[in-house]
Design a protein around this ligand. Structure first.
Ligand code: 26Q
Length: 765
């Protein structure tokens, strides 16, 4: 297809200019509109189908940059590229377009991968969420400290959304009424006629601004109401894996679920089916507890429609399913009863009715929704949901054996595992076109929508020619990344270095600190000659810290300070480089995961529910250095344990060590580690008088819970394993590991996850 003419026409229509006059933003909007034009019939047909659907309710959808992914899935990339070439425009110009970062990290990106997979696989799954005015903050570093700036993603326009004023809903709090306006995005699958919808709600003032009243100086009330209403969807909370009991967050959660459920009910009522049958046509997946107020809200709305409480509850039992993403106590949402009473009294009434059922039928010391004047959202979800799932085998086992043990004993059949996945379209085809081409030349292209086919590559892993090709492709990807890092972060990384990468949110349990200590250990070892023949390595970090997370921010400063020390050492910097890239996001990840030589997945065993970056590296042919945590376990099982670098305490051993852990003693018996840890307090490294390094030191050695995440306990095992990986690097056995990992990644396609959800939980056609 030649799109030259359509591009010209759209440019006239939208901007009244010629293509040659257009800037990047205008081009981006026109090409996006071209995609919208081409997708609109399939989108309409999918929307109108009268079949059972599932709504994926999520406070986050980390969709990133859509233009390339949509072109790919529409199979339009080549033709658009060629059409643009007629105007001497390079498709790569859209790399300037910023990500839609409407999510924090793993959970939000998972939601985006799931929607893409469902559309590809023809599963009727629609997303419902929040259209944040500002997404996850943009990060930069000032003197090595994280600094946050607002993410004004809409400055690029929002060409993939359609505002639907005709579907606006009213959401009522006790103290305010707000209008919820939906913005719909098409979710375009790969080479698929099914186009699902992501509906994101924006809050606006309920009453129109009354200028006459304002003129009479009586309109200040309205002006204030408008301000408050808009505030609800103004910004994404930047906390990941921690709960904050903020009223505005409660409003966001309720706003999103109330609007979504009203919407679903209103649409259902236009059909001829009985309301009692609604669960046969519409069910919901709760992405963690964030949308769990949907349960009492649905109870309320269904009763308003005339059903009895029991009828409404039965529908809720059949409609809701709940995914848990964390076992960390501080991440489990518990809303104060008082807060609900104050802002959402009718919702609280329904929650109390549920608690009454528990009081009358169960042992309410073991089972409760309300306890100590807190509403335990996970318990609410588990009590009502038809199915509850964890996101990796080991995580689901921990939920059953520990976190939700009592519930599991009561409802063993409710619990399921659905291991997470990633979409191979964005995370291989799009980000690694050269490897994609090479794989296609070996086994055709069926694997793109059926990743099981990828295992056919296994018969080529010892093929010298394929191995050489893989090396060349990896080398090219490393060059692209190195150039980008130089441009973006001003550090030059030689491409013949090993790229050792840890990218993910910054959290103590993920143990970026363990990685940092190992770097300092290697640095000292190289300097004093105890580590010889270390193969040149660049340690690459990318991570955002929640703005209020003191210790995480301290660790960022520590790593940046180590980077300065190492990179400015005239001798060691020939062998080691350390870089903390700024503003790690989806688009950065695309460049990083195809260029990495080693994937760091080093959380304390039992803490990382699944992890998904581990899967992205694997699919791009990168071995993991990791603990037996989350999906690492399944990655090692799929590839074979010998093809990854597994180290450290397992879940059982963690519990055992914690019985009487003495990090102080550990240091006394390990002078080299002691030297590394003391860099925090002995003046080797300068935290500019902030005291943050001393705080890290204290967290490891002082207080009630020293070294909570066993950084010091796992250090020896980690450094040994890391040195082995370093010696393997560059040898044929290393590349064999790369290829075996890539060829064994089929399980981690989100297509498989979605089909598992459908088979075990949703039962959609
Ligand atoms: C809750 C209340 C108030 C404000 C914020 C939050 C909040 C927001 C985001 C709590 C948690 C999150 C995000 C959690 C998350 O991303 N968890 C990750 O989910 C991934 C997908 O399942 C897993 O792979 C990761 O292991 C898990 O950490």
């Amino acid at each position: 297809m030649d799109y030259t003419k359509e591009i010209e026409e759209l440019m006239r229509l939208e901007y009244q200019i010629d293509v040659k006059e257009a800037n990047v933003k205008q081009l981006y909007n026109v090409i996006s509109k071209l995609i919208m034009l081409k997708v609109s019939n399939d989108w309409h047909n999918t929307r109108c189908a009268d079949i059972k659907k599932c709504g994926y309710l999520s406070a986050e959808f980390l969709i990133g940059r859509l233009v390339y992914a949509n072109l790919l899935n529409m199979k339009m990339t080549e033709d658009v590229k060629n059409s643009l070439a007629n105007f001497h425009i390079d498709l790569n110009e859209f790399e300037e377009v910023e990500d839609a970062a409407l999510g924090n990290g793993g959970l939000g990106r998972l939601a985006a991968c799931f929607l893409e997979s469902a559309a590809t696989k023809g599963i009727p799954l629609d997303g419902y969420g929040i259209r944040y005015r500002f997404g996850l903050f943009k990060q930069n570093f000032i003197n090595g400290f994280q600094n946050e700036e607002a993410d004004d993603w809409l400055k690029w326009g929002d060409p993939f959304s359609i505002r639907r004023d005709e579907d606006a809903r009213i959401v009522e709090f006790s103290d305010m009424k707000v209008k919820a306006i939906p913005y719909d995005m098409p979710v375009i699958g790969y080479d698929s006629k099914v186009v699902n919808t992501l509906r994101l709600w924006q809050s606006e003032a309920y009453e129109d601004f009354d200028f006459k009243a304002f003129d009479n100086m009586q309109g200040s009330e309205n002006a204030i109401n408008e301000y408050n209403a808009k505030e609800i969807t103004a910004v994404l909370y930047p906390n990941d894996n921690t709960y904050l009991g903020k009223v505005l967050r409660l409003r966001q959660e309720y706003f999103m679920v109330s609007a979504s459920l009203q919407d679903v009910l209103a649409k259902y009522k236009t059909k001829k089916h009985s309301l009692k049958d609604i669960a046969k046509y519409q069910i919901f997946q709760l992405n963690d507890t964030h949308p769990t107020l949907a349960i009492p809200e649905y109870l309320r709305l269904l009763q308003k429609e005339g059903l009895s409480f029991n009828e409404a509850l039965e529908i809720c039992h059949q409609s809701f399913n709940f995914t848990n993403h964390t076992i960390m106590g501080e991440a489990l949402e518990k809303w104060p009863v008082e807060m609900l009473e104050k802002y959402l009294p009718d919702v609280l009434t329904e929650i109390i009715k549920l608690q009454d059922i528990i009081d009358n039928t169960l042992d309410n010391t073991k089972y409760y929704i309300i306890k100590d004047n807190l509403v335990h959202m996970a318990n609410l979800a588990i009590f009502v949901a038809a199915k509850v799932n964890g996101v990796a085998e080991i995580h689901t086992n921990i939920l059953k054996a520990d976190t939700f043990k009592d519930w599991y004993n009561l409802y063993p059949d409710k619990f399921e595992n659905v291991t997470n996945g990633i979409t191979p379209r964005r995370w291989l085809v799009l980000n690694n076109p050269n490897l994609t081409k090479e794989i296609c030349s070996l086994i055709g292209d069926k694997w793109i929508c059926n990743l099981d086919e990828l295992s056919k590559v296994k018969s080529y892993v010892t093929d010298k020619r394929f191995l050489e090709k893989f090396k060349i492709i990896k080398q090219k990807n490393k060059k692209i990344l190195s150039d980008y890092i130089y441009k973006h972060d001003n550090i030059l990384i030689p491409t013949d270095f090993m790229f050792d990468v840890q990218v993910k949110r910054l959290h103590e349990y993920k143990r970026q600190l363990l990685n940092a200590f190992s770097i300092l250990y290697i640095y000292y070892g190289i300097k004093d000659g105890s580590i010889k023949n270390f193969k040149p390595t660049a340690f690459i970090f990318g991570a955002k810290s929640a703005p209020g997370y003191y210790m995480a921010k301290a660790i960022i400063k520590y790593i940046n300070t180590i980077a300065d020390l190492v990179n400015n050492d005239p001798e060691v910097s020939k062998i080691l480089k350390v870089v903390f890239v700024a503003n790690y996001n989806v688009s950065y990840a695309e460049k990083i995961v195809c260029a990495a030589d080693l994937s760091e997945q080093i959380s304390m065993a039992g803490m990382e529910a699944s992890g998904t970056s581990n899967m992205k590296f694997m699919l791009n042919g990168t071995p993991t250095i990791g603990t037996l945590d989350g999906a690492n376990v399944e990655i090692a099982e799929e590839a074979g344990f010998n093809y990854n670098y597994i180290f450290g305490l397992n879940v059982r051993e963690v519990a055992k060590v914690k019985e009487n852990y003495n990090p102080y003693e550990l240091l006394e018996n390990n002078p080299k580690l002691k030297r590394v840890v003391e860099s925090l307090i002995d003046g080797t490294l300068n935290d500019l008088g902030s005291g943050v390094f001393k705080a890290i030191y204290d967290s490891l050695l002082n207080g009630n819970n020293p070294d909570n995440y066993l950084v010091l306990a796992d250090f020896d095992s980690y450094i040994k394993t890391k040195l082995i990986a370093n010696q393997d690097y560059g040898r044929d056995i290393f590349y064999e590991k790369c290829l075996i990992n890539m060829a064994s990644a089929a399980k981690f396609s989100s297509d498989r996850s979605i089909l598992d959800y459908n088979k075990l939980i949703w039962h959609l056609k």
